[in-house]
Design a protein around this ligand. Structure first.
Ligand code: GDG
Length: 752
């Protein structure tokens, strides 16, 4: 794990890449859509993040990509909307419909990712429809971003709503510099894997050069997930993941606040006059959210008053509750619960002239909030889980006299840095009540010692240092990624070597077209490269290696194309097998000859220009590669119909439609047949089975071997979530290099 560098703004200005254009991408643009009599207007919103990013955008020149905050329908009803702009920053709106907002934002982002990442597993909704909406909207964000990604620009994507955007963006702009920051926790791998889409989400994030989190623990969770769920190679000490032949840096960059702003606003407010005061002030301020522990906090205040009656009439707890996600039913329910608890506590303890809880259930302008921070003797910040929590840092900086006390949940990322606070477990109501007592009774010397240490740290790591540190980290990550020479083959080799070495024999299954041989427009032109032929010849001589070529081609054709003796050949998608000590022909292989011929006749009669019919005896292929692209869908449908009418099974490959006997037999079953007949039913005790293929029909083999073997899909781009293979190699060249290593028998397992 590399620690973030907290350089100041001057150092940042001189840092490499400081003049690089910046593209910021976030769910929301920094506006609030306000509706009034004149229609819809967009107001610039403020806040620490905006205050930190806008100067960086202004300095470098750049674009902010995001949703403006009003749905497409609302904007249309209002006759359009006009985005504010400054001379150096442009805003690129990503329009979202009301349905998008409901499904992508209210659904997958806030009813699936938000609860799960905050460890509320039982609140997590698993719904394929919202996932698809999330994927769709993330694609749109990637398209909008790609349109802005000028040469050399740095793209900085924010937060959990956009975890898949880097993946789509990498596909559209492969050479771009992409960095990501997650503002919420990244959960432990065992929690994260609850999501059926955990793997594509990880792949999404791993398309970046830098993935940033608030604290090292979140980064570690991410590394563990990448290792366990995707089989990535991980270097924890360096904070690096190797994936798809790329190196991704994973770092902790704890966000800071706008220190100067908070101190200015605090300075404009009256000082607290603590000694003269009869009623001690306690403050809490949160967005309405179940993660913030507001209800539990109220119970702790109640417990204090119950157990220590001396505090009655002598303390007042102010809770500021900013409305949030009101359209989500659970939030409305939570609001009712909090309202009721406040009412109950006040009903129970209030006396003439004093109520224990002051409750402000609305947003306050920062100018009004900071004076409340300054006045408060104690801040009670007890989220059940929080990425960072900025209120804790803001309270600290508003304590200009350095004599307030911070009571802080150990479940907030901020607790990592703010160790001098009274750190509590927010679930333990008694412990929070005790900490509150300790805070209220704390001697001034201790208060000043703690608060001044906190103030120094928060000041040193303000939001400008955070931006500079993160952008510097992104720059380094990209450089590092450029130097990293690990090819996909090397990565696969390193991952496979220890596993292969655990058994004396390796059974190696290789598809032909697109795996060993580059694809060619006509099947007869797909020649085996010389290097691959030599490697196969060597493989045939290596006693610890059992090499099997698997193809959809007819067996004779396949043997002719490869032409290496001593290997096993599986033809016609597994319907015919031949090799040392093995001869197999599926019992149904010859019963469908008439149907196949009838279908072939019908396809010939169609006379689609460029289409080719390949009669393979047991199966039939209809090749569309040389058919005009806009003719292909129609020709494909016609072929499907012709084959189905003869009750044949239809499969769709890469520009090919195939018909085969309608039985449950495929490459995967054939692979298991070879393994069992050659090595015995308990072959996993003696043999490591590895399958390499590029086609959809190879997926059957990947699935059959899942858990008992390993598989590699040959594909130029990562097929997120769509392949059952364990690894990916980009092309037949990369397969050739892996094959050369395997053929030499260098994996050397224990002797039989
Ligand atoms: C996410 C993560 C992470 C509060 N009341 C008012 C008001 N606020 C401002 C505060 C503070 C911000 O809202 C709240 O920030 P938090 O960090 O506490 O929480 P989230 O909104 O959940 O933010 C969090 C953060 O992202 C940054 O990475 O720290 O863990 O969940 O700045 O001042 N602002 C105004 N009126 C209010 O009444 N204007």
């Amino acid at each position: 794990m590399t620690d973030p560098t907290h350089s100041d703004a001057t150092a940042a200005a001189a840092a490499p890449g400081h003049d690089r254009p910046l593209v910021v991408v976030s769910n929301r643009l920094p506006f609030r859509a306000e509706r009034d009599a004149s229609g819809l207007s967009l107001m610039r919103s403020t806040g620490g993040l905006v205050a930190a990013l806008e100067p960086a955008l202004e300095q470098r020149g750049g674009v902010w990509v995001g949703w403006p905050g009003a749905t497409r329908e609302e904007a249309e009803a209002a006759g359009g909307m006009v985005l504010p702009h400054t001379t150096r920053i442009r805003y690129h709106p990503v329009p979202l419909s009301a349905a998008d907002v409901a499904q992508y934002y209210g659904g997958f982002s806030n009813s699936t990712l938000w609860p799960l990442f905050h460890y509320f597993v039982s609140r997590t909704q698993i719904d394929g429809a919202t996932w698809r909406a999330y994927e769709r909207v993330n694609t749109r964000f990637a398209e909008a971003t790609a349109a802005e990604a000028t040469e050399g620009a740095l793209i900085w994507i924010h937060d959990y709503q956009l975890l898949r955007t880097p993946h789509h963006l990498r596909g559209l702009a492969p050479r771009s510099r992409i960095a990501f920051f997650l503002h919420i926790p990244f959960p432990a791998a065992d929690v994260f894997r609850v999501l059926p889409w955990s793997r594509p989400l990880l792949q999404g994030m791993l398309a970046c050069d830098l993935v940033g989190f608030h604290v090292p623990a979140y980064a570690q969770h991410f590394l563990t997930s990448a290792e366990q769920l995707l089989g990535c190679e991980v270097d924890r000490a360096a904070g690096v993941v190797r994936f798809e032949g790329r190196e991704i840096s994973v770092q902790a960059h704890p966000i800071g606040i706008d220190v100067a702003l908070i101190e200015r606003l605090a300075g404009a407010a009256p000082p607290p006059q603590r000694a003269a005061r009869r009623v001690a002030e306690i403050i809490g301020a949160d967005r309405l959210d179940y993660t913030k522990g507001i209800h539990e906090r109220l119970l702790a205040v109640e417990r204090l008053l119950e157990r220590r009656p001396g505090y009655r009439r002598r303390v007042r707890f102010t809770q500021i509750l900013v409305p949030s996600r009101e359209r989500v039913a659970e939030y409305a329910q939570l609001k009712r619960e909090i309202d009721e608890t406040v009412g109950r506590i006040n009903g129970r303890f209030s006396e003439p002239g004093w109520s224990p809880v002051r409750y402000l259930a609305r947003a306050l302008p920062l100018e009004d909030l900071v004076p409340l921070y300054r006045q408060a003797d104690v801040a009670l910040i007890t989220p059940l889980r929080d990425g960072m929590n900025l209120v804790a840092k803001e309270y600290v900086m508003a304590q200009l006299e350095a004599d307030g006390v911070l009571v802080l949940s150990e479940m907030a990322g901020a607790a990592d840095e703010l160790q001098e606070a009274l750190v509590v477990n927010p679930f333990d109501i008694d412990a929070v009540a005790d900490a509150l007592h300790r805070a209220l009774a704390m001697p001034e010397d201790e208060r000043r010692a703690r608060m001044s240490a906190l103030r120094d740290r928060v000041r040193a790591r303000d939001v400008h240092a955070w931006v500079a540190g993160f952008l510097g980290g992104a720059e380094e990550a990209w450089e590092r990624g450029q130097r990293a020479v690990a090819t996909a083959t090397e990565v696969a080799r390193r991952r496979l070597a220890p596993w292969l070495a655990q058994r004396p024999t390796v059974a190696l299954f290789l598809d032909y077209d697109g795996t060993l041989a580059p694809l060619a427009p006509r099947p007869e032109d797909a020649r085996l490269p010389d290097a691959a032929r030599q490697a196969l010849e060597q493989a045939a001589r290596t006693p610890t290696l059992d090499t099997v070529i698997v193809s959809g081609r007819a067996l004779d054709d396949l043997k002719r194309m490869v032409g290496v003796g001593g290997l096993t050949y599986v033809g016609n998608h597994g319907f015919e097998i031949e090799g040392p000590g093995l001869a197999f022909r599926h019992e149904q292989a010859d019963r469908w000859a008439e149907s196949l011929e009838a279908a072939a006749g019908e396809l010939e009669a169609l006379g689609v220009p460029g289409a080719r019919i390949e009669r393979k005896g047991i199966t039939l292929a209809y090749h569309l590669r040389e058919v005009a692209p806009d003719e292909r869908p129609r020709a494909g449908r016609a072929a499907e119909g012709a084959l189905r009418r003869r009750r044949l099974r239809v499969t769709f490959g890469d520009l090919v439609v195939e018909g085969r006997p309608p039985v449950d037999w495929h490459k995967g079953r054939a692979v298991l047949h070879v393994l069992v007949h050659r090595h015995g039913a308990d072959w996993p005790a003696r043999v490591r089975a590895l399958y390499i293929g590029d086609d959809v029909t190879d997926e059957d083999a990947f699935r059959s071997l899942r858990g008992i073997g390993r598989s590699v899909r040959v594909a130029t781009t990562p097929a997120a979530g769509t392949s059952a293979a364990d690894f990916r190699l980009p092309d037949p060249d990369a397969v050739g290099r892996l094959l050369k290593w395997l053929a030499a028998g260098a994996f050397a397992g224990p002797t039989p």
